[in-house]
Design a protein around this ligand. Structure first.
Ligand SMILES: Nc1ncnc2c1ncn2[C@@H]1O[C@H](COP(=O)(O)OP(=O)(O)OP(=O)(O)O)[C@@H](O)[C@H]1O
Ligand SMILES: [Mg+2]
Length: 379
Protein backbone atom coordinates (compact mmCIF):
# COMPACT_ATOMS: atom_id res chain seq x y z
CA UNK A 1 0.00 0.00 0.00
CA UNK A 2 2.79 2.35 0.97
CA UNK A 3 4.55 1.71 -2.34
CA UNK A 4 1.44 2.33 -4.44
CA UNK A 5 0.10 5.27 -2.41
CA UNK A 6 3.45 6.99 -2.29
CA UNK A 7 4.49 6.36 -5.86
CA UNK A 8 4.67 10.07 -6.68
CA UNK A 9 6.87 10.75 -3.66
CA UNK A 10 9.05 7.76 -4.46
CA UNK A 11 9.57 8.97 -8.01
CA UNK A 12 10.23 12.56 -7.00
CA UNK A 13 12.86 11.66 -4.48
CA UNK A 14 14.50 8.97 -6.57
CA UNK A 15 13.97 6.32 -3.93
CA UNK A 16 12.57 3.95 -6.57
CA UNK A 17 15.00 1.13 -6.04
CA UNK A 18 14.89 1.28 -2.25
CA UNK A 19 11.09 1.46 -2.16
CA UNK A 20 10.85 -1.38 -4.64
CA UNK A 21 13.18 -3.48 -2.54
CA UNK A 22 10.95 -2.86 0.49
CA UNK A 23 7.96 -3.90 -1.59
CA UNK A 24 9.68 -7.14 -2.71
CA UNK A 25 10.74 -7.84 0.87
CA UNK A 26 7.18 -7.32 2.10
CA UNK A 27 5.90 -9.73 -0.57
CA UNK A 28 8.53 -12.32 0.37
CA UNK A 29 7.72 -11.99 4.03
CA UNK A 30 4.03 -12.51 3.32
CA UNK A 31 4.80 -15.50 1.10
CA UNK A 32 6.86 -17.06 3.89
CA UNK A 33 4.20 -16.37 6.49
CA UNK A 34 1.44 -17.80 4.32
CA UNK A 35 3.42 -20.94 3.53
CA UNK A 36 4.26 -21.59 7.15
CA UNK A 37 0.69 -20.88 8.24
CA UNK A 38 -0.91 -23.07 5.59
CA UNK A 39 1.58 -25.88 6.25
CA UNK A 40 0.39 -25.94 9.83
CA UNK A 41 -3.31 -25.88 9.05
CA UNK A 42 -3.67 -27.71 5.72
CA UNK A 43 -2.99 -31.19 7.08
CA UNK A 44 -5.68 -30.85 9.76
CA UNK A 45 -8.21 -29.30 7.39
CA UNK A 46 -7.58 -31.84 4.66
CA UNK A 47 -7.76 -34.75 7.09
CA UNK A 48 -11.05 -33.57 8.57
CA UNK A 49 -12.54 -32.92 5.12
CA UNK A 50 -11.46 -36.34 3.91
CA UNK A 51 -12.82 -38.05 7.00
CA UNK A 52 -16.20 -36.36 6.67
CA UNK A 53 -16.30 -36.68 2.86
CA UNK A 54 -19.03 -38.69 1.05
CA UNK A 55 -16.45 -40.98 -0.58
CA UNK A 56 -15.01 -41.98 2.79
CA UNK A 57 -18.40 -42.75 4.27
CA UNK A 58 -19.40 -44.75 1.20
CA UNK A 59 -16.14 -46.71 1.35
CA UNK A 60 -16.61 -47.38 5.06
CA UNK A 61 -20.18 -48.59 4.49
CA UNK A 62 -19.08 -50.88 1.70
CA UNK A 63 -16.28 -52.48 3.71
CA UNK A 64 -18.36 -52.90 6.86
CA UNK A 65 -21.45 -53.93 4.83
CA UNK A 66 -19.55 -56.56 2.86
CA UNK A 67 -18.21 -58.03 6.08
CA UNK A 68 -21.70 -58.10 7.63
CA UNK A 69 -23.29 -59.64 4.53
CA UNK A 70 -20.53 -62.26 4.23
CA UNK A 71 -20.92 -63.27 7.88
CA UNK A 72 -24.69 -63.39 7.35
CA UNK A 73 -25.46 -60.76 9.97
CA UNK A 74 -27.31 -58.50 7.53
CA UNK A 75 -29.39 -59.02 4.40
CA UNK A 76 -27.84 -57.28 1.35
CA UNK A 77 -31.06 -55.33 0.76
CA UNK A 78 -30.75 -53.75 4.24
CA UNK A 79 -27.54 -52.05 3.15
CA UNK A 80 -29.27 -50.00 0.44
CA UNK A 81 -30.73 -47.24 2.69
CA UNK A 82 -27.34 -46.85 4.39
CA UNK A 83 -25.57 -46.54 1.04
CA UNK A 84 -28.10 -43.91 -0.07
CA UNK A 85 -28.22 -41.85 3.15
CA UNK A 86 -24.62 -42.15 4.34
CA UNK A 87 -22.98 -39.81 1.81
CA UNK A 88 -25.85 -37.34 2.17
CA UNK A 89 -25.23 -37.18 5.91
CA UNK A 90 -21.53 -36.57 5.39
CA UNK A 91 -22.04 -33.19 3.69
CA UNK A 92 -23.67 -31.39 6.66
CA UNK A 93 -21.02 -32.83 8.99
CA UNK A 94 -18.27 -31.46 6.74
CA UNK A 95 -19.90 -28.04 7.00
CA UNK A 96 -19.45 -27.98 10.77
CA UNK A 97 -15.74 -27.09 10.58
CA UNK A 98 -16.09 -23.80 8.67
CA UNK A 99 -19.18 -22.94 10.72
CA UNK A 100 -17.17 -23.30 13.91
CA UNK A 101 -14.59 -20.97 12.42
CA UNK A 102 -17.30 -18.38 11.63
CA UNK A 103 -18.69 -18.81 15.12
CA UNK A 104 -15.29 -18.13 16.64
CA UNK A 105 -14.94 -14.97 14.47
CA UNK A 106 -18.42 -13.82 15.50
CA UNK A 107 -17.68 -14.34 19.19
CA UNK A 108 -14.51 -12.28 18.92
CA UNK A 109 -16.41 -9.47 17.14
CA UNK A 110 -19.14 -9.55 19.78
CA UNK A 111 -16.50 -9.32 22.50
CA UNK A 112 -14.96 -6.19 20.99
CA UNK A 113 -18.38 -4.56 20.57
CA UNK A 114 -19.13 -5.37 24.21
CA UNK A 115 -15.79 -3.83 25.22
CA UNK A 116 -16.70 -0.66 23.30
CA UNK A 117 -20.10 -0.49 24.96
CA UNK A 118 -18.47 -0.87 28.37
CA UNK A 119 -16.50 2.38 27.81
CA UNK A 120 -17.95 4.88 30.26
CA UNK A 121 -19.85 7.76 28.66
CA UNK A 122 -18.72 11.32 29.33
CA UNK A 123 -20.53 12.53 32.41
CA UNK A 124 -23.44 14.82 31.54
CA UNK A 125 -24.55 17.71 33.73
CA UNK A 126 -27.90 17.37 35.50
CA UNK A 127 -28.93 20.94 34.65
CA UNK A 128 -27.10 22.22 31.59
CA UNK A 129 -25.84 25.83 31.80
CA UNK A 130 -26.45 28.42 29.11
CA UNK A 131 -23.44 30.07 27.52
CA UNK A 132 -23.48 33.88 27.63
CA UNK A 133 -21.82 35.24 24.52
CA UNK A 134 -19.17 33.56 22.45
CA UNK A 135 -15.98 33.97 24.45
CA UNK A 136 -13.75 30.95 25.02
CA UNK A 137 -11.26 30.82 27.87
CA UNK A 138 -8.75 28.23 28.88
CA UNK A 139 -7.68 28.44 32.51
CA UNK A 140 -4.59 26.46 33.47
CA UNK A 141 -5.60 23.64 31.17
CA UNK A 142 -3.63 20.43 31.57
CA UNK A 143 -4.27 17.32 29.57
CA UNK A 144 -2.77 13.90 28.88
CA UNK A 145 -4.26 11.12 26.77
CA UNK A 146 -3.37 8.39 29.28
CA UNK A 147 -3.80 8.85 33.06
CA UNK A 148 -0.16 7.95 33.67
CA UNK A 149 1.13 8.94 30.23
CA UNK A 150 2.93 12.13 29.24
CA UNK A 151 1.16 15.48 29.64
CA UNK A 152 0.38 16.93 26.22
CA UNK A 153 -0.89 20.31 27.48
CA UNK A 154 0.92 21.72 30.49
CA UNK A 155 -0.97 24.67 31.90
CA UNK A 156 -2.45 26.60 29.00
CA UNK A 157 -4.08 29.99 29.62
CA UNK A 158 -5.73 31.49 26.58
CA UNK A 159 -8.60 33.93 26.02
CA UNK A 160 -10.51 34.10 22.77
CA UNK A 161 -12.49 37.34 22.73
CA UNK A 162 -15.94 37.15 21.06
CA UNK A 163 -15.86 37.82 17.33
CA UNK A 164 -12.07 37.60 17.01
CA UNK A 165 -9.75 35.25 15.20
CA UNK A 166 -7.03 33.61 17.26
CA UNK A 167 -4.39 31.61 15.46
CA UNK A 168 -2.53 28.81 17.15
CA UNK A 169 0.85 27.98 15.66
CA UNK A 170 3.77 25.85 16.72
CA UNK A 171 5.88 22.86 15.75
CA UNK A 172 4.38 19.49 14.91
CA UNK A 173 3.44 17.55 18.03
CA UNK A 174 3.18 20.70 20.18
CA UNK A 175 -0.41 19.79 21.11
CA UNK A 176 -2.35 22.14 18.82
CA UNK A 177 -4.87 19.57 17.58
CA UNK A 178 -5.24 18.26 21.11
CA UNK A 179 -6.08 21.74 22.39
CA UNK A 180 -8.57 22.23 19.55
CA UNK A 181 -10.31 18.94 20.37
CA UNK A 182 -10.88 20.06 23.96
CA UNK A 183 -13.16 22.94 22.92
CA UNK A 184 -15.95 20.70 21.51
CA UNK A 185 -15.24 18.39 24.49
CA UNK A 186 -13.85 15.44 22.58
CA UNK A 187 -11.79 14.93 25.71
CA UNK A 188 -12.12 16.37 29.21
CA UNK A 189 -9.26 18.37 30.70
CA UNK A 190 -7.18 16.62 33.34
CA UNK A 191 -6.85 19.83 35.33
CA UNK A 192 -7.94 23.45 34.93
CA UNK A 193 -11.06 24.46 33.03
CA UNK A 194 -12.29 25.34 29.58
CA UNK A 195 -15.13 27.87 29.48
CA UNK A 196 -17.41 28.63 26.55
CA UNK A 197 -19.53 31.72 27.05
CA UNK A 198 -18.42 31.75 30.68
CA UNK A 199 -19.67 28.21 31.36
CA UNK A 200 -17.42 25.19 31.86
CA UNK A 201 -17.91 22.84 28.89
CA UNK A 202 -18.53 20.04 31.38
CA UNK A 203 -21.59 21.99 32.55
CA UNK A 204 -23.09 22.25 29.07
CA UNK A 205 -25.37 19.56 27.76
CA UNK A 206 -24.26 18.09 24.45
CA UNK A 207 -26.92 19.76 22.30
CA UNK A 208 -26.15 23.21 23.65
CA UNK A 209 -22.44 22.59 23.23
CA UNK A 210 -22.73 21.60 19.57
CA UNK A 211 -25.09 24.46 18.87
CA UNK A 212 -22.38 26.77 20.20
CA UNK A 213 -19.14 25.19 19.00
CA UNK A 214 -18.51 24.11 15.41
CA UNK A 215 -15.36 22.44 14.15
CA UNK A 216 -13.37 21.56 11.08
CA UNK A 217 -10.64 19.08 11.78
CA UNK A 218 -7.30 18.19 10.28
CA UNK A 219 -8.60 14.78 9.26
CA UNK A 220 -11.84 15.43 7.46
CA UNK A 221 -14.47 12.73 7.64
CA UNK A 222 -17.13 12.68 5.01
CA UNK A 223 -19.93 10.17 5.24
CA UNK A 224 -20.93 7.85 2.45
CA UNK A 225 -23.88 10.04 1.58
CA UNK A 226 -24.60 12.74 -0.99
CA UNK A 227 -22.47 15.88 -0.94
CA UNK A 228 -25.58 17.88 0.00
CA UNK A 229 -26.29 15.59 2.97
CA UNK A 230 -22.67 15.85 4.04
CA UNK A 231 -22.89 19.64 4.11
CA UNK A 232 -26.24 19.61 5.88
CA UNK A 233 -25.01 17.28 8.62
CA UNK A 234 -24.99 20.07 11.19
CA UNK A 235 -28.47 21.27 10.18
CA UNK A 236 -30.44 18.35 8.72
CA UNK A 237 -33.45 20.46 7.73
CA UNK A 238 -31.47 22.87 5.56
CA UNK A 239 -32.83 23.62 2.08
CA UNK A 240 -30.87 23.27 -1.14
CA UNK A 241 -30.45 27.02 -1.49
CA UNK A 242 -28.85 27.31 1.94
CA UNK A 243 -26.56 24.37 1.24
CA UNK A 244 -25.43 25.94 -2.03
CA UNK A 245 -24.83 29.30 -0.37
CA UNK A 246 -22.61 27.62 2.22
CA UNK A 247 -20.72 25.73 -0.47
CA UNK A 248 -20.27 28.94 -2.43
CA UNK A 249 -18.88 30.73 0.59
CA UNK A 250 -16.55 27.79 1.23
CA UNK A 251 -15.24 28.06 -2.35
CA UNK A 252 -16.31 24.56 -3.30
CA UNK A 253 -19.60 25.15 -5.19
CA UNK A 254 -18.01 25.10 -8.65
CA UNK A 255 -16.24 21.87 -7.92
CA UNK A 256 -19.45 20.22 -6.72
CA UNK A 257 -21.47 21.27 -9.75
CA UNK A 258 -18.75 19.72 -11.92
CA UNK A 259 -19.44 16.30 -10.33
CA UNK A 260 -21.52 13.83 -12.38
CA UNK A 261 -24.66 14.31 -10.28
CA UNK A 262 -23.73 17.64 -8.70
CA UNK A 263 -24.92 17.93 -5.11
CA UNK A 264 -26.51 14.49 -5.32
CA UNK A 265 -23.23 12.74 -6.05
CA UNK A 266 -22.37 10.24 -3.33
CA UNK A 267 -19.02 10.60 -1.58
CA UNK A 268 -16.81 7.63 -2.33
CA UNK A 269 -18.97 6.56 -5.28
CA UNK A 270 -19.13 9.25 -7.93
CA UNK A 271 -17.88 12.14 -5.83
CA UNK A 272 -14.12 11.78 -5.61
CA UNK A 273 -12.79 14.88 -3.89
CA UNK A 274 -9.24 15.90 -3.18
CA UNK A 275 -8.11 16.50 0.38
CA UNK A 276 -8.36 20.27 -0.06
CA UNK A 277 -11.86 19.95 -1.49
CA UNK A 278 -12.94 17.70 1.36
CA UNK A 279 -11.67 20.28 3.80
CA UNK A 280 -13.73 22.96 2.05
CA UNK A 281 -16.82 20.73 2.15
CA UNK A 282 -16.37 20.49 5.90
CA UNK A 283 -15.94 24.27 6.07
CA UNK A 284 -19.26 24.55 4.22
CA UNK A 285 -20.74 22.21 6.83
CA UNK A 286 -19.48 24.44 9.63
CA UNK A 287 -20.78 27.56 7.85
CA UNK A 288 -24.23 26.04 7.52
CA UNK A 289 -24.30 24.89 11.14
CA UNK A 290 -23.71 28.58 11.91
CA UNK A 291 -22.31 28.25 15.43
CA UNK A 292 -20.95 31.35 17.20
CA UNK A 293 -17.65 29.56 18.02
CA UNK A 294 -15.62 27.71 15.41
CA UNK A 295 -12.49 25.63 15.81
CA UNK A 296 -10.57 25.02 12.64
CA UNK A 297 -7.60 22.71 12.38
CA UNK A 298 -6.13 23.54 9.02
CA UNK A 299 -5.01 20.51 7.06
CA UNK A 300 -1.31 20.23 6.40
CA UNK A 301 -1.36 18.04 3.35
CA UNK A 302 -2.72 20.37 0.69
CA UNK A 303 0.05 22.79 0.02
CA UNK A 304 -0.76 23.64 -3.58
CA UNK A 305 -1.20 27.42 -3.95
CA UNK A 306 -4.70 27.30 -5.53
CA UNK A 307 -6.10 25.12 -2.79
CA UNK A 308 -4.36 27.20 -0.14
CA UNK A 309 -5.85 30.41 -1.53
CA UNK A 310 -9.33 28.86 -1.70
CA UNK A 311 -9.11 27.59 1.87
CA UNK A 312 -7.84 30.97 2.99
CA UNK A 313 -10.85 32.68 1.35
CA UNK A 314 -13.22 30.16 2.87
CA UNK A 315 -11.61 30.86 6.20
CA UNK A 316 -12.22 34.58 6.09
CA UNK A 317 -15.85 33.85 5.25
CA UNK A 318 -16.00 31.63 8.31
CA UNK A 319 -14.42 34.26 10.51
CA UNK A 320 -17.08 36.92 9.90
CA UNK A 321 -18.63 37.75 13.27
CA UNK A 322 -17.60 34.52 14.96
CA UNK A 323 -15.09 33.54 17.60
CA UNK A 324 -12.56 31.49 15.68
CA UNK A 325 -9.65 29.40 16.82
CA UNK A 326 -7.60 28.45 13.79
CA UNK A 327 -4.60 26.16 13.81
CA UNK A 328 -2.39 27.26 10.97
CA UNK A 329 0.56 25.46 9.49
CA UNK A 330 1.38 28.10 6.91
CA UNK A 331 1.89 31.40 8.65
CA UNK A 332 0.96 33.39 5.53
CA UNK A 333 -2.70 32.47 5.99
CA UNK A 334 -2.95 34.01 9.46
CA UNK A 335 -0.97 37.26 9.31
CA UNK A 336 -4.29 39.13 9.70
CA UNK A 337 -5.42 37.26 12.81
CA UNK A 338 -6.40 39.36 15.84
CA UNK A 339 -4.05 37.35 17.97
CA UNK A 340 -1.45 34.69 17.38
CA UNK A 341 -0.44 32.26 20.12
CA UNK A 342 2.65 30.10 19.80
CA UNK A 343 2.33 26.68 21.41
CA UNK A 344 5.44 24.67 22.13
CA UNK A 345 5.58 21.36 24.01
CA UNK A 346 2.15 21.98 25.49
CA UNK A 347 2.80 25.53 26.67
CA UNK A 348 2.04 28.91 25.20
CA UNK A 349 5.38 30.63 24.82
CA UNK A 350 4.35 33.80 22.95
CA UNK A 351 1.22 35.79 22.13
CA UNK A 352 0.51 38.89 20.09
CA UNK A 353 -0.34 40.19 16.65
CA UNK A 354 1.80 39.39 13.64
CA UNK A 355 3.73 42.73 13.68
CA UNK A 356 4.17 42.56 17.47
CA UNK A 357 5.57 39.05 17.36
CA UNK A 358 7.86 39.89 14.45
CA UNK A 359 9.17 42.91 16.37
CA UNK A 360 9.69 40.78 19.47
CA UNK A 361 12.15 38.68 17.50
CA UNK A 362 11.31 35.45 19.36
CA UNK A 363 10.11 32.01 18.37
CA UNK A 364 7.43 33.28 15.96
CA UNK A 365 9.84 35.59 14.17
CA UNK A 366 12.20 32.66 13.62
CA UNK A 367 9.37 30.46 12.29
CA UNK A 368 8.30 33.27 9.97
CA UNK A 369 11.79 33.79 8.58
CA UNK A 370 12.18 30.03 8.05
CA UNK A 371 8.89 29.79 6.13
CA UNK A 372 9.68 32.92 4.15
CA UNK A 373 12.99 31.47 3.03
CA UNK A 374 11.18 28.31 1.97
CA UNK A 375 8.62 30.29 -0.02
CA UNK A 376 11.33 32.20 -1.85
CA UNK A 377 13.10 28.97 -2.76
CA UNK A 378 9.76 27.47 -3.81
CA UNK A 379 8.93 30.33 -6.17
N1 LIG B 1 -5.13 9.93 20.47
C1 LIG B 1 -3.92 10.10 21.01
N2 LIG B 1 -3.46 9.26 21.98
C2 LIG B 1 -2.26 9.43 22.55
N3 LIG B 1 -1.41 10.42 22.24
C3 LIG B 1 -1.78 11.30 21.30
C4 LIG B 1 -3.05 11.19 20.63
N4 LIG B 1 -3.15 12.20 19.74
C5 LIG B 1 -2.01 12.90 19.83
N5 LIG B 1 -1.19 12.38 20.77
C6 LIG B 1 0.12 12.91 21.17
O1 LIG B 1 -0.04 14.22 21.67
C7 LIG B 1 0.97 15.08 21.25
C8 LIG B 1 0.40 16.30 20.57
O2 LIG B 1 -0.25 15.89 19.39
P1 LIG B 1 -1.12 16.88 18.50
O3 LIG B 1 -1.80 16.08 17.47
O4 LIG B 1 -1.98 17.71 19.39
O5 LIG B 1 0.02 17.80 17.86
P2 LIG B 1 -0.12 18.99 16.81
O6 LIG B 1 0.49 20.19 17.44
O7 LIG B 1 -1.52 19.10 16.33
O8 LIG B 1 0.82 18.50 15.61
P3 LIG B 1 0.65 18.74 14.01
O9 LIG B 1 1.16 20.11 13.73
O10 LIG B 1 1.57 17.71 13.43
O11 LIG B 1 -0.76 18.52 13.65
C9 LIG B 1 1.89 14.25 20.37
O12 LIG B 1 3.01 13.87 21.12
C10 LIG B 1 1.06 13.06 19.99
O13 LIG B 1 1.85 11.93 19.82
MG1 LIG C 1 -2.47 18.67 14.51
Amino acid sequence: MEFVDGIAVVKTFGGGRRAHRRFVEACDAFHEFFRAWSRRTTSVTTASQLAAGPVTSLLLLMVAGTALVVTGATAPADLVPFALLGPALAAPIAAVGPRLQALRGGTAAAASIAALLREPAQPQPAHGGTPQGAAVSLRGVRFGYEPDGPEVLRGVDLDLAPGTVTALVGPSGAGKSTLAALVPRFHDVTDGALLVGGVDVRELDTRTLYRTVGFVFQQVTLLRATVAENIALGRPGAGRAEIEAAARAAQVHDRITALPRGYDSVVGEDARLSGGEEQRVSIARALLADTPVIVLDEATAFADPDSEAAISDALSELAAGRTVLVIAHRLHTITGADRIAVLERGEIVEQGTHPELLAAGGRYARMWRAQDAQQVVGR
